[in-house]
Design a protein. Sequence first.
Length: 57
Amino acid sequence: MIPKDPVMLLSFVNTKLRDFYGSLDSLCEEFDMDCQELTEKLASIDYHYSREKNQFV
């Protein structure tokens, strides 16, 4: 289950990106998530996706 709370979601997504996925697009595809919605939710707590680091920083 994907966390609803933005802080828990941040931890979940960054862990998955670090351990299993080479890009945000591949993670979103695997979990059938809307990438735009995900990035907006994490932007609400001032975290933004870095392609170079492949994580939200």
